[in-house]
Design a protein around this ligand. Sequence first.
Ligand SMILES: Nc1nc2c(c(=O)[nH]1)N[C@H]1C(S)=C(S)[C@@H](COP(=O)(O)OP(=O)(O)OC[C@H]3O[C@@H](n4cnc5c(=O)[nH]c(N)nc54)[C@H](O)[C@@H]3O)O[C@H]1N2
Ligand SMILES: Nc1nc2c(c(=O)[nH]1)N[C@H]1C(S)=C(S)[C@@H](COP(=O)(O)OP(=O)(O)OC[C@H]3O[C@@H](n4cnc5c(=O)[nH]c(N)nc54)[C@H](O)[C@@H]3O)O[C@H]1N2
Ligand code: SF4
Ligand SMILES: [Mo]
Length: 745
Amino acid sequence: MAESFEHIRTCHLCEAMCGLRLTVEEGRVTQIRPNADDVWSAGYICPKGTVLGQLHEDPDRLRRPLVRDGDGFREVSWDEAFEQAARRLRPVLEENGIDAVTAYIGNPAAHNFSLSRYVAAFISMSGIPRLYSAGTVDQWPKNVSSALLYGGMWTFPAPDLDRTDFLIVMGANPQASQGSLLAAPDVLGKLDAIRKRGGKVIVVDPRRTGTAERADEWVAIRPGADAALLLAWVQVLFDEGLVDLGHLEGRVEGVDRVRDACREFTPEVVAETCGIPADTIRRIAREFAEAEKASVYGRIGLCNQEFGTLASWLVDVVNVLTGNLDRPGGAMFGKPIAWSLTALRPPDFADGFEFGRWKSRVRGAPEVLGQVPMSCMAEEIATPGDGQIKALITLAGNPVLSSPDASKLDAALPRLDCMISVDNYLNETTRHAHVILPGLSPLEQQHYDELIWSWALRSAGKFSPRLFDPEPGRPEEWEILLTLAAMVQGQAPGEVDTGALDQLFFAGVVAMLTGIEGSAVHGRAPAEIVEQAGGPGPERLLDFAIRTGPWGDAYGEKPEGLTLEKLAAEPNGVDFGAVVPRLDEVLETPSGRIELAPDYIVDDIPRLAHRLSRRDDCIVLVSRRHLRSNNSWMHNVPALMTGRDRCTLLVNPRDAGELGLEDGKRARVSSEAGSVTVAVEVSDEMMPGVVSLPHGWGHDKPGTKLGVASAHAGVCNNTLAPGELVDPISGNAVVNGIPVEVSPA
Ligand SMILES: Nc1nc2c(c(=O)[nH]1)N[C@H]1C(S)=C(S)[C@@H](COP(=O)(O)OP(=O)(O)OC[C@H]3O[C@@H](n4cnc5c(=O)[nH]c(N)nc54)[C@H](O)[C@@H]3O)O[C@H]1N2
Ligand SMILES: Nc1nc2c(c(=O)[nH]1)N[C@H]1C(S)=C(S)[C@@H](COP(=O)(O)OP(=O)(O)OC[C@H]3O[C@@H](n4cnc5c(=O)[nH]c(N)nc54)[C@H](O)[C@@H]3O)O[C@H]1N2
Ligand code: SF4
Ligand SMILES: [Mo]
């Protein structure tokens, strides 16, 4: 490969899905620039998009499987790696059964071409009964709320940034995150545009973030008080006759129930808890109701907190009560060109959503949407007895840094009889594994986001081919997953036929869709479609989702329609325009209407009422992100690690004075769960009484292979997060609003 050429692809790292132009010379990526012709991102890019070449070349990135050998690891062949994994797994299955086996699914599973389409296959084919995921430290409250309001746990309305003229951003910082459950490139540019066209942007956050800096107004809020603030907004809407369902009239159940539920929560009653004057609360509710097109958007600051489900639910309640749901400029539902497998309703909820169907063994935490809090995992491994976890498979996750009570999990993992990690690095988590099975580099695989397009408000899409061929003999991650699934079912790795398993999975997906009334292939013979569908792997699944999607060719029924082949012929993507209202298409509730006041959620309001009487004057800790980090795993890319230390404790000057802290000096931060020592950064961007640490750091553990990251270790904020702190009705972790003590170190 001596020639130089240009390769066009989509960055897989976050929901912005930016188009990139890579210059490739002599088999190496020498430059990455934004792709101005990309139909979706039109030339937008962030610093992370420019380092995919460095990620590919990172000498620490694993290319061969590793197996534990004494205190270290050695590289082995793929056959030997699977054999070693089987040797560990078999006795667990024989002695303790499948209940002793679990898996943890991490964030990149949602961003990886293979994993995003095969995690569901892995789960169903392995038969693993109980799973953990980053979901319960992320968006589980939104899953609960959407399941009950709309009948789909991934049916998320997103703010229509391009058309709104009043946007309230709560607990999100797209300046760093680039948007979450909100797929849009250049979110800050879109906020500027709202203001330029005479609209208004308000940011509600305990920190004056980079997003707040670009807004008209920053409203500082005490962590965990958002549900109280939102209930007060709802109270004002009812009290002042500002409720106006508009086009939603007749399509919403439970409005009266919401009116009753918010009655006591006047702005005056919640003001102190929120740290926001009652007049401000009232004014914003009025301004919002009066705006022609308005949208409230809440994200991780609203989920990873004490009242995660209430807050997430109330965001939608406000959008509904002001008639802003499902209308241009409000909060709308995406219409992806390829529907998402992940977003299909799990079969066990075919007859509706039920909660608490089982409880965790040690703590008795009720199951929610099939999972218990991530923080249960450590005790389930460490506590002997029937059902104790003895084998763990991690798929693209680093829970030793990312989950609450991090030290407890770090201490528990070595007790496992079998730990298998499908991961590209030897990091804080995988250093405990017996076998590490690396996936391909992003440039060695195709790309098309699976779930993310579901909340993009343009029906667009683009397919990225592989740039580099993987080394011969390397399995793709879908093959690794299917092999592991069969092994959990007791098969010897040498006997696993991944092609046959994939055929089975695909045929099942086809059969399911042909059985769904209204689907593009309803009533067709599954075999006829399987026949037409091509070879194994994620491309076939993507092609199927496109061809049976709204613009697809329905396997011959609409010959002009879209296929993966046609999409791939458009490297800059296709765009079928901005979404149009589609509530009736997405609703899957028993009543066929929006069920605005589900008992399961409304019954949690008394807990919030109780919170209002709690005086809390201690310092609380919240999390933050940086543009040049990506959760815990990109700190090994040198270009992203230049400049000053980012892992600092942000402290308001008033608090710093009272606590005797100085900028640049170290502080000791302690909670019920643990303590860390970290450099202080005094800044009035924090509201008084709240301190902030970034998430995803703490790379100082022995036994990792992260040359760059370990030289910039930082501290793990989840050492400070008590595992018992959860939003009880979703089981989501509370990693924001943790009571801490801070003193000079
Ligand atoms: N305190 C606090 N804790 C938090 C959060 C917070 O805001 N504050 N945020 C939470 C959120 S939103 C999330 S999503 C979680 C994230 O939690 P995790 O998903 O557990 O953590 P990541 O850091 O995303 O870890 C990704 C892992 O995947 C590996 N990896 C990367 N790319 C690939 C790939 O292509 N294939 C494979 N097989 N592996 C790959 C990396 O090496 C790394 O080990 O953290 C949560 N934890
Ligand atoms: N660069 C970069 N991009 C990322 C990631 C990354 O690590 N780095 N991670 C990705 C992932 S997995 C996710 S889930 C998304 C998350 O995307 P975002 O939700 O935008 O996450 P953050 O940037 O952490 O912003 C959360 C904000 O919530 C605020 N907050 C904390 N507690 C509260 C509270 O109680 N109330 C209110 N109102 N605000 C509060 C914090 O101060 C912070 O400003 O980002 C994704 N994108
Ligand atoms: S914003 Fe950055 S990380 Fe996200 S897709 Fe675009 S280039 Fe990639
Ligand atoms: Mo996340």
